[in-house]
Design a protein around this ligand. Structure first.
Ligand SMILES: CC(=O)N[C@H]1[C@@H](OP(=O)(O)OP(=O)(O)OC[C@H]2O[C@@H](n3ccc(=O)[nH]c3=O)[C@H](O)[C@@H]2O)O[C@H](CO)[C@@H](O)[C@@H]1O
Ligand SMILES: C=C(OP(=O)(O)O)C(=O)O
Length: 430
């Protein structure tokens, strides 16, 4: 199993290219199930989750080619991939595939909308929380779906083969359920109004793509989204937005180590709230033509309290990294997690590096220390793993991050990007 070895203490200086967003690419790829035409996606990151979803979509009949060639690997950071679901060969998403990647559950929306039936395995819980799917079930039922659960599968059927538009008020903000309801309602008969919808930039990216495919969606990015259903969708060409979580992660890495790095292709508008918080810790955040420049010289890290919230609030996907940064702040900070009930698994591992953190329910109280010391660590999820990388970059001596497959789900060429800016970091295979 691969590991990442870091020798901490170097400032970061240079340029880091920001990849396409994993959490935008996944729903966009799933949208290819809605049409028999080709959906061409630009700026697709090369990540384990993307490769896994390619396999899952293949099971339903989606063919793909990378920049015209049917291959997995390609040099360069941004890939253009064509997805074509000429026909849907299987409307079942089996447990073996859905259990490997949670977002694959989202195929339920397009399969049901296009084929009138879908049988999709329940995804189950995961390291960060129980993550139920009640909102997906309720929302699709409001569009007329008949749903029963049997042997761990959701069997969904649209009477007369087609969903029917309706009004649905999400009792809780959900990114995934908003993606699925937008895709399902795009091919439903009549108008759907979604209230208390998620407002994340990835929702807007999907809505823009669906509209390019012929859907009639307005209001994406606000809490009320209106979808006027159409009879069919066509192909389109659409670009994945830059990854705001990768952007925030590297910005925090620079805030942690000091230095001066330009995050190329990054878009400040996708994470302004988080950038404001990083600026309060003492880093300078400067929007430049090519992206965002992050600098911290001299002064130490100021403690800042944060609470995770749905967009435009501070993202839960940056909570672990921010905790990594706060471990070396000059004082106490309080970090409150409100989205997932079990997203503090990095606390114990950060403690192995010398961090002082105590938990009080959903709040972590971080008492900054003047130095961390390298150690072997491991984490049980993607963002927790990268928080250990951030801490390792500033720790004295050697840190080894195990279970690198978590990082490979969501960070493209992490060690290459950081070593290009002066970090001592390498992947050890085997
Ligand atoms: C692939 C992807 O894009 N993943 C992101 C997506 O996950 P995901 O879409 O799974 O997260 P949601 O926004 O749905 O989850 C928000 C909260 O709603 C709850 N909930 C959700 C659905 C439901 O039917 N019932 C229910 O109770 C969840 O357990 C959680 O407590 O948004 C999360 C919140 O920004 C991010 O952390 C994930 O990185
Ligand atoms: C939690 C994440 O992903 P997923 O929803 O796929 O588990 C994440 O990207 O941080």
């Amino acid at each position: 199993m691969d590991r990442i070895r870091i020798v901490g203490g170097n400032e970061l200086t240079g340029r880091i290219p920001i990849s396409g967003a994993k959490n935008a690419a996944l729903p966009l790829m799933i949208a290819s199930l809605l049409t028999d035409d080709t959906l061409t996606l630009e700026n697709v990151p090369h990540l384990a989750d993307v490769e896994q979803l390619i396999r899952i979509l293949g099971n339903h009949g989606v063919d793909y080619s990378v920049n015209g060639r049917r291959e997995k690997q390609q040099e360069g950071y941004a890939r253009t991939i064509n997805f074509t679901a000429r026909s849907i060969v299987d409307t079942t998403a089996p447990y073996e595939l859905v259990s490997k990647m949670r977002a694959s559950f989202w195929v339920i929306g397009p399969l049901l909308a296009r084929m009138g039936v879908a049988r999709v395995s329940l995804p189950g819980g995961c390291a960060i929380g129980t993550r139920p799917v009640d909102l997906f079930i309720e929302g699709l039922q409001v569009l007329g779906a008949e749903i029963d659960i049997d042997s761990g599968y959701i069997n969904a059927k649209a009477p007369n083969g087609r969903l029917v538009g309706n009004r649905y008020v999400f009792p809780k903000v959900s990114v995934g359920a908003t993606h699925v309801m937008m895709m399902a309602a795009s091919l439903a008969k009549g108008e759907t109004v979604l209230e208390n919808a998620a407002r994340e930039p990835e929702i807007v990216n999907l809505a823009d793509c669906l509209n390019a495919m012929g859907a009639k969606i307005s209001g994406a990015g606000t809490s009320t989204i209106t979808i006027d259903g159409v009879d069919s969708l066509s192909g389109a060409r659409h670009a994945v937005i830059p990854d705001r979580i990768e952007t925030g992660t590297y910005a925090m890495a620079v805030a942690m180590t000091g230095g001066d790095v330009t995050l190329e292709n990054a878009r400040p508008d996708l994470l302004q709230g988080a950038l404001d918080i990083i600026a309060q810790t003492g880093a300078e955040i400067i929007p430049v033509n090519s992206g965002i420049r992050v600098k911290r010289n001299g002064a130490g890290i100021s403690p800042v309290d944060v609470t995770t919230e749905p967009f435009p609030g501070f993202p839960t996907d940056l909570q672990a990294q921010f905790m990594g940064l706060m471990t070396m702040a000059k004082g106490k900070s309080r970090i409150t997690e409100t989205i997932f009930e079990n997203r503090f698994m990095h606390v114990q591992e950060l403690a192995r590096l010398g961090a002082h953190i105590t938990l009080a329910g959903q709040t972590a109280i971080v008492d900054g220390v003047t130095k961390l010391k390298g150690a072997p660590v491991m984490a049980t999820d993607l963002r927790a793993s990268v928080s250990l990388v951030i801490a390792g970059l500033a720790a004295e001596g050697e840190t080894t991050v195990n279970r690198v497959y978590h990082l490979d789900r969501g960070f493209e060429r992490l060690e290459e990007k950081l070593s290009g800016c002066g970090a001592t970091i390498e992947r050890i295979s085997g």
